[in-house]
Design a binder for this molecule. Structure first.
Ligand code: IMP
Ligand code: MG
Length: 178
Protein backbone atom coordinates (compact mmCIF):
# COMPACT_ATOMS: atom_id res chain seq x y z
CA UNK A 1 0.00 0.00 0.00
CA UNK A 2 1.42 3.40 -0.94
CA UNK A 3 1.59 6.56 1.11
CA UNK A 4 -0.91 8.12 -1.27
CA UNK A 5 -3.47 5.46 -0.34
CA UNK A 6 -3.06 6.31 3.33
CA UNK A 7 -3.57 10.00 2.71
CA UNK A 8 -6.53 9.68 0.32
CA UNK A 9 -7.89 6.19 0.74
CA UNK A 10 -10.25 4.55 -1.67
CA UNK A 11 -12.62 2.75 0.68
CA UNK A 12 -15.50 0.64 -0.58
CA UNK A 13 -17.96 -1.07 1.74
CA UNK A 14 -17.72 -4.86 1.58
CA UNK A 15 -19.94 -5.67 4.58
CA UNK A 16 -22.18 -3.00 6.06
CA UNK A 17 -22.65 -2.73 9.82
CA UNK A 18 -26.12 -4.35 9.69
CA UNK A 19 -24.77 -7.39 7.83
CA UNK A 20 -21.90 -7.73 10.27
CA UNK A 21 -24.25 -7.46 13.26
CA UNK A 22 -26.56 -10.15 11.87
CA UNK A 23 -23.71 -12.55 11.12
CA UNK A 24 -22.01 -12.00 14.48
CA UNK A 25 -25.34 -12.71 16.22
CA UNK A 26 -25.58 -15.99 14.23
CA UNK A 27 -22.12 -17.02 15.37
CA UNK A 28 -22.98 -16.21 18.98
CA UNK A 29 -26.11 -18.36 18.80
CA UNK A 30 -24.14 -21.22 17.26
CA UNK A 31 -21.53 -21.05 20.02
CA UNK A 32 -24.26 -20.86 22.70
CA UNK A 33 -25.84 -24.03 21.28
CA UNK A 34 -22.57 -25.91 20.79
CA UNK A 35 -21.32 -25.37 24.33
CA UNK A 36 -24.70 -26.13 25.92
CA UNK A 37 -24.35 -24.34 29.24
CA UNK A 38 -20.62 -24.89 29.72
CA UNK A 39 -18.32 -21.95 30.54
CA UNK A 40 -16.09 -20.60 27.76
CA UNK A 41 -12.98 -18.42 27.62
CA UNK A 42 -12.89 -16.01 24.69
CA UNK A 43 -9.25 -15.35 23.81
CA UNK A 44 -8.99 -12.33 21.52
CA UNK A 45 -5.99 -11.68 19.31
CA UNK A 46 -5.08 -8.01 19.78
CA UNK A 47 -5.79 -5.59 18.38
CA UNK A 48 -7.79 -6.51 15.31
CA UNK A 49 -10.25 -8.86 17.04
CA UNK A 50 -11.20 -6.50 19.89
CA UNK A 51 -14.40 -5.15 18.32
CA UNK A 52 -15.47 -8.55 16.98
CA UNK A 53 -14.92 -10.12 20.41
CA UNK A 54 -16.90 -7.47 22.24
CA UNK A 55 -19.88 -7.84 19.89
CA UNK A 56 -19.67 -11.64 19.71
CA UNK A 57 -19.48 -11.99 23.50
CA UNK A 58 -22.82 -10.20 23.89
CA UNK A 59 -24.49 -12.85 21.74
CA UNK A 60 -23.04 -15.79 23.66
CA UNK A 61 -25.46 -16.78 26.40
CA UNK A 62 -22.96 -18.70 28.49
CA UNK A 63 -20.72 -18.03 31.46
CA UNK A 64 -17.87 -16.42 29.52
CA UNK A 65 -14.60 -14.79 30.47
CA UNK A 66 -12.22 -12.80 28.29
CA UNK A 67 -8.50 -13.03 27.82
CA UNK A 68 -6.19 -11.47 25.23
CA UNK A 69 -3.06 -12.40 23.38
CA UNK A 70 -0.85 -10.17 21.21
CA UNK A 71 1.49 -11.25 18.45
CA UNK A 72 3.57 -9.65 15.78
CA UNK A 73 4.55 -11.37 12.58
CA UNK A 74 7.89 -10.94 10.94
CA UNK A 75 6.26 -10.87 7.50
CA UNK A 76 7.95 -7.63 6.49
CA UNK A 77 11.47 -8.63 7.38
CA UNK A 78 11.30 -12.32 6.59
CA UNK A 79 8.77 -13.00 3.88
CA UNK A 80 6.73 -16.15 4.55
CA UNK A 81 9.06 -17.32 7.29
CA UNK A 82 6.05 -18.20 9.37
CA UNK A 83 7.78 -16.75 12.36
CA UNK A 84 5.40 -15.23 14.87
CA UNK A 85 6.48 -13.41 17.99
CA UNK A 86 4.34 -13.54 21.11
CA UNK A 87 4.08 -10.01 22.56
CA UNK A 88 1.50 -10.75 25.24
CA UNK A 89 0.39 -14.10 26.59
CA UNK A 90 -2.97 -14.91 28.19
CA UNK A 91 -3.30 -13.89 31.84
CA UNK A 92 -5.11 -17.03 33.00
CA UNK A 93 -4.31 -20.72 32.60
CA UNK A 94 -6.13 -22.37 29.68
CA UNK A 95 -5.77 -25.88 31.10
CA UNK A 96 -9.06 -27.79 31.13
CA UNK A 97 -10.99 -24.73 29.83
CA UNK A 98 -13.19 -24.35 26.76
CA UNK A 99 -11.05 -21.99 24.71
CA UNK A 100 -12.42 -20.01 21.78
CA UNK A 101 -9.63 -18.14 20.00
CA UNK A 102 -11.18 -15.04 18.45
CA UNK A 103 -9.40 -13.57 15.42
CA UNK A 104 -10.25 -10.89 12.87
CA UNK A 105 -8.90 -12.52 9.71
CA UNK A 106 -7.64 -15.97 8.84
CA UNK A 107 -5.24 -15.16 6.01
CA UNK A 108 -2.11 -17.28 5.43
CA UNK A 109 -2.92 -19.17 8.62
CA UNK A 110 0.56 -18.68 10.05
CA UNK A 111 -0.61 -16.70 13.08
CA UNK A 112 -3.43 -19.06 14.04
CA UNK A 113 -1.30 -22.18 13.45
CA UNK A 114 1.31 -20.80 15.82
CA UNK A 115 -1.28 -19.82 18.45
CA UNK A 116 -3.16 -23.10 18.15
CA UNK A 117 0.00 -25.12 18.68
CA UNK A 118 1.01 -22.97 21.63
CA UNK A 119 -2.38 -23.19 23.35
CA UNK A 120 -3.00 -26.88 22.58
CA UNK A 121 0.27 -27.71 24.34
CA UNK A 122 -1.36 -26.37 27.53
CA UNK A 123 -4.18 -28.91 27.37
CA UNK A 124 -7.40 -26.95 27.12
CA UNK A 125 -10.57 -28.98 27.55
CA UNK A 126 -11.71 -27.92 24.06
CA UNK A 127 -10.18 -25.57 21.51
CA UNK A 128 -12.15 -23.72 18.82
CA UNK A 129 -11.37 -20.86 16.46
CA UNK A 130 -13.78 -18.04 15.60
CA UNK A 131 -12.60 -15.88 12.70
CA UNK A 132 -14.69 -13.00 11.46
CA UNK A 133 -13.18 -13.18 7.97
CA UNK A 134 -11.50 -15.94 6.02
CA UNK A 135 -9.36 -15.54 2.90
CA UNK A 136 -9.03 -19.22 1.89
CA UNK A 137 -7.10 -18.43 -1.30
CA UNK A 138 -4.21 -17.07 0.76
CA UNK A 139 -3.69 -20.11 2.97
CA UNK A 140 -0.18 -21.45 3.53
CA UNK A 141 -0.96 -23.58 6.59
CA UNK A 142 -3.76 -26.14 6.64
CA UNK A 143 -5.89 -24.57 9.33
CA UNK A 144 -9.59 -23.76 9.37
CA UNK A 145 -11.89 -21.88 11.70
CA UNK A 146 -14.76 -23.60 13.50
CA UNK A 147 -16.83 -20.42 13.28
CA UNK A 148 -16.39 -18.10 10.29
CA UNK A 149 -18.23 -14.86 9.67
CA UNK A 150 -17.59 -14.37 5.97
CA UNK A 151 -15.29 -15.78 3.32
CA UNK A 152 -13.70 -13.03 1.26
CA UNK A 153 -11.47 -12.86 -1.83
CA UNK A 154 -7.86 -11.73 -1.66
CA UNK A 155 -8.56 -8.06 -0.92
CA UNK A 156 -7.12 -5.87 1.81
CA UNK A 157 -9.86 -4.89 4.23
CA UNK A 158 -10.09 -2.39 7.08
CA UNK A 159 -12.69 -1.33 9.64
CA UNK A 160 -14.58 -3.10 12.43
CA UNK A 161 -11.26 -3.47 14.28
CA UNK A 162 -9.02 -4.10 11.29
CA UNK A 163 -6.31 -1.65 10.33
CA UNK A 164 -3.92 -0.48 7.71
CA UNK A 165 -0.87 0.93 9.55
CA UNK A 166 -3.05 1.24 12.71
CA UNK A 167 -5.68 3.39 10.99
CA UNK A 168 -9.36 2.75 10.16
CA UNK A 169 -10.05 0.35 13.06
CA UNK A 170 -13.02 2.43 14.20
CA UNK A 171 -14.92 2.33 10.89
CA UNK A 172 -18.27 0.63 11.61
CA UNK A 173 -18.34 -1.15 8.23
CA UNK A 174 -15.80 -3.56 6.76
CA UNK A 175 -14.26 -1.82 3.73
CA UNK A 176 -11.89 -2.79 0.97
CA UNK A 177 -8.87 -0.47 0.82
CA UNK A 178 -7.42 0.00 -2.65
P1 IMP B 1 -2.04 -14.75 8.91
O1 IMP B 1 -1.00 -15.22 9.85
O2 IMP B 1 -1.49 -14.49 7.54
O3 IMP B 1 -3.26 -15.63 8.84
O4 IMP B 1 -2.36 -13.31 9.41
C1 IMP B 1 -3.53 -12.92 9.85
C2 IMP B 1 -3.36 -11.50 10.34
O5 IMP B 1 -2.92 -10.63 9.29
C3 IMP B 1 -4.69 -10.97 10.76
O6 IMP B 1 -4.88 -11.20 12.12
C4 IMP B 1 -4.60 -9.51 10.45
O7 IMP B 1 -4.04 -8.84 11.55
C5 IMP B 1 -3.64 -9.42 9.31
N1 IMP B 1 -4.37 -9.27 8.04
C6 IMP B 1 -4.48 -10.17 7.05
N2 IMP B 1 -5.23 -9.70 6.05
C7 IMP B 1 -5.62 -8.46 6.43
C8 IMP B 1 -6.45 -7.45 5.82
O8 IMP B 1 -7.00 -7.59 4.72
N3 IMP B 1 -6.63 -6.32 6.54
C9 IMP B 1 -6.07 -6.11 7.76
N4 IMP B 1 -5.30 -7.02 8.36
C10 IMP B 1 -5.07 -8.18 7.71
MG1 MG C 1 -4.56 -9.73 13.64
Amino acid sequence: MTREKTMAPNLTILFAREQIAARVADLGRQITTDFAGQPVVLVGVLKGAAIFLSDLARHIELDSTFDFIAVSSYANQKQNSGEVKLLKDVDQSVEDKNIILVEDILDTGLTLSYLKEMLMARHPRTFRIAALLDKPSRRQQPIRADYTGFEIPDEFVVGYGMDYAERYRSLPDICVLR
